[in-house]
Ligand binder design. Structure first.
Ligand SMILES: Cc1ncc(COP(=O)(O)O)c(C=O)c1O
Length: 428
């Protein structure tokens, strides 16, 4: 932290020994102005900052905050996957810059075939990324430029907005809740906007709303893409986290999908490997080549031991992925049952690791989602993401991530109930 601040402010003390720094004012030269690019200035404000700061302060003061804010898996990967990582890391040959292992891309192709019946050429139709967020943001950079427009699902996973903004693209936000309506809004936008949208981002199962679609949705998306000439990025981050027998469809299974787009998947969620940064792009070979070109200027690929362990995970841990989904399903039930008992109007998600909860009355009429989330944080010691953090259409909602165990979720419900005590109809 020190050194980056010192670098940016071009402070002469940069060259001094660290011991002299803590009590010294760092930014001494107020006349020097840092010319941050318009690209950075275009980024929307980070709405979660205030909540994160309060959570940090509460935790420092010893409060046990139950954190349902971020979709950060808290369970570990499979033992054999971690062992493979350690074993591969002990091999001195595995520490240089690494090429993308074809065997890893083969495993991705074979998973696509097993899970969705989609055949992919691992050499030209699959690419590894440092997490899917790395992949789709660089894909936006590869496809978009000033004057180009992308259609983005709303409410919006913030990285979808940032990726298009950083690529200097314009954004059209279309509601995700009703997939029929979304299709007709896409068609309407293409008929009436000039120049036409260049890119459509779809994300089902959707973060934050947990909305899902059936395979026919993608058939229609491909037809629209061909009719109006836009490319498609499907963000399938929650492919492995589905409940009650719901089978997440893949965009790439729709006839002709590979002509118009790509799909991103990740090992962050189903495999509990979020910190490892392993994601994949699959589909249209030209789009994949463009992404590979952009990425070759930004990174040197994935640490080889991670690739080796990821191969093991894809090859041998289907059962663990399945049981992780069941863990999320049980947590979903605990949280939804509990909030329903408190009188919240809950829709039970069929997939993702989130409950997208409408803020109940009387609070919905009294305060926005940021203030409501702050109230829960301060008075119930429960952290949740305010819907407004996902754009204006998220207002009125809270997103609760299923990243704590069932006992902690029960405790969260009790604490919320106590905090909102005396609410509508005495339900609280
Ligand atoms: C919809 C969606 N896409 C992508 C990501 C990022 O995944 P990764 O860890 O692979 O970058 C997330 C993470 O929360 C997500 O919710």
């Amino acid at each position: 932290m020190h050194s980056s601040r010192l670098c940016l402010t071009v402070c002469p003390r940069f060259l001094m020994n660290d011991d002299s720094l803590p009590n010294e004012p760092i930014n001494q030269d107020r006349t020097f102005s840092i010319g941050v690019s318009d690209r950075v200035k275009r980024l929307p404000p980070y709405l979660f900052a205030r909540l994160n700061r309060v959570m940090y302060e509460k935790r420092r003061a010893g409060d046990d905050v139950i954190d349902l804010g971020m979709g950060n898996p808290s369970d570990p990967p499979e033992e054999m996957v971690m062992e493979k990582l350690v074993e591969a890391a002990r091999d001195p040959k595995n520490h240089g810059y690494s090429e993308s292992l074809l065997n890893l891309r083969r495993e991705v192709a074979s998973k696509y075939f097993k899970q969705f019946g989609v055949r992919l050429d691992p050499e030209h139709e699959v690419l590894t990324c440092l997490g899917s967020k790395d992949g789709f943001s660089h894909m936006c950079l590869a496809l978009m430029g000033p004057g180009d427009t992308a259609i983005i699902p709303a409410p919006s996973y913030p990285a979808h907005l940032f990726a298009v903004a950083l690529a200097a693209g314009n954004q059209i936000l279309l509601d995700v809740y009703d997939s029929e309506e979304l299709l007709s809004n896409i068609a309407y936008t293409c008929q009436h906007l000039y120049p036409k949208p260049k890119l459509l981002i779809v994300n089902y199962p959707h973060n934050p709303s947990a909305a899902t679609v059936e395979p026919e949705f993608y058939v229609e998306v491909v037809k629209l893409a061909k009719r109006y000439g836009f490319m498609v990025i499907s963000d399938l981050a929650y492919a492995d986290v589905a409940f009650d027998g719901y089978r997440t469809p893949s965009f790439l299974a729709a006839p002709g999908a590979i002509d118009v787009g790509v799909e991103f998947t990740t090992m962050s969620k189903g495999y509990n490997m979020a910190g490892w940064r392993v994601g994949f792009c699959a589909g249209n070979p030209e789009m994949i080549r463009a992404l590979a070109t952009i990425k070759s200027y930004y990174d040197y690929g994935m640490f080889r031991p991670i690739q080796i362990a990821a191969i093991m995970a894809l090859r041998h841990t289907d059962a663990a992925v399945e049981s992780q989904a069941q863990i999320y399903q049980r947590r979903r039930d605990v949280l939804c049952d509990g909030l329903q008992r408190l009188g919240w109007p809950i829709t039970r998600p069929k997939a993702t690791m989130f409950v997208w909860a409408k803020i109940p009355e009387p609070w919905a009429s009294q305060m926005g989602s940021v203030d409501f989330a702050m109230k829960l944080m301060e008075e119930a010691d429960v952290s949740a993401s305010p819907g407004a953090g996902f754009g204006p259409s998220g207002e009125g909602f809270l997103r609760l991530a299923l990243v704590e165990n069932e006992e902690r979720l029960r405790q969260a419900v009790r604490q919320i109930g106590r905090c909102l005590g005396g609410g509508a109809g005495g339900k609280y």
